[in-house]
Design a binder for this molecule. Sequence first.
Ligand code: BG6
Length: 472
Amino acid sequence: MPDDVAASSPVLQPSVIVIFGITGDLAQRKLLPALYYLMKANLLHEKTLIVGITRRDVTAEELFSKIDLDGDPNTDSDPEVVGRIKGALRMYKMSMTEGTDYDKLLQYLNHLEEEQGMCLNRLYYLSIPPQVLGPIVRNLGEHGLNATCQHAAASSRLLVEKPFGYDLTSAKQLIEETGRYFGEDQIFRIDHYLAKETTQNILTFRTHNPIFDKIWDSQHISQVEITASEQIGIEGRAVFYEQTGALRDVVQNHLLQLLAVVAMEPPAAMDSDATHAVKQTLLEQIMPIQPNEIGERAKRAQYEGYKTEVGKDDSFVETYASLNLSIDNPRWKNVPFIVRTGKSLAEKRTDIRVIFGDAKADHNELNLRIQPNEGIDVVLNAKKPGFDETLQTVVMDFRYEDNFKNNGHPDAYERVLVDAAKGDHTLFATSDEVLASWRIVESVVKAWEVNGDGLITYKPGTLLTDLEATTI
Ligand code: BG6
């Protein structure tokens, strides 16, 4: 995070951030670097502590020796900040399923507060496989870790990583179970795509630019395409990915949330409740794909080599998924919303392409680039200089990098931690949104579980357009 962003932000309440899964991939790649940057920007209160829960004997030294804290292999992290983060970290060994260990954890947190001489907000960050989520939440609840600190002056909050369940039924169960121990105001369901800076700009852009605000509907827009293409494959997450696949991993959450932000009505106020209200309405208006439409409106593919990677010759788990969705409201009547994602493709690119006018005739496009090269471009038609009346497509390009030069932006995970510590739910998914999103994809999830009908294979590094020329 750049210094000028930091300067304008207040220091967070003193907290203890308890990370379940500290030795896991996400904690090491995203969470600890995010804490490093927050610490570097002096946004964490000096009494803040990090408790790293692990089942093994891992020391803080061992943990940090494997992490590139500043996320840049070409630079060394600031030793003074590294010293501070190491000083704040306490590794804590326990079994995540053994009830008595949670009693001891509670005592340990009480002891840390005594040591710090103050009550700390408790943030439990669950960066763990989905199957242990239920047992951990239950144990936290049953052993009193969901309550405020011993002096009752601070709050306990749960930060949960997706996926929230693996289908509609399991999501309902998980929500019910979590709700038994933690109030909705204590739960922060992370969807880091919502915390990306450019995602937050979508609504602002729509509502503060009258030229677009006035034409944000089916009379002017013929199609919307939301794409998350990745170059990386499954990166060793074989067990996780075999249970998940592209539809559950990215479409059900990240892409449906982006769709909702693009298509929802502007909220009555720019606050969490008003935003979630319009988003919920929109998600409920997306028409679930009917079983008889699946062949036509849901496409899937798998990259070559995936089966060997997961050690399963007959795996038909998709690494690419695409849905053609419709929204049942007057604003979006007959406008197809294509959402698609794939791994091992030619490029890393997340963007939202809004097509104005007939895509097959003269038309304009608005391209909201979420990452990389964050920005927005508008594709227009212009007369090519010369004696002939020749039309040429030209691009007006707004790039964050050029326009906000000294004003870089916090990483999504820094934002997630800051907002959860402040208790701001705007950029997190509510339980109703999670359920509405599962409802949209449920028939496809169920159909794709049964067999590999229609699954095609693509070579790693394939261009998305080439892949789709085969599938669609
Ligand atoms: C995660 C998925 O939620 O998002 C990963 O589990 C995916 O499979 C990642 O690679 C993409 O995130 P980003 O921020 O790199 O686009």
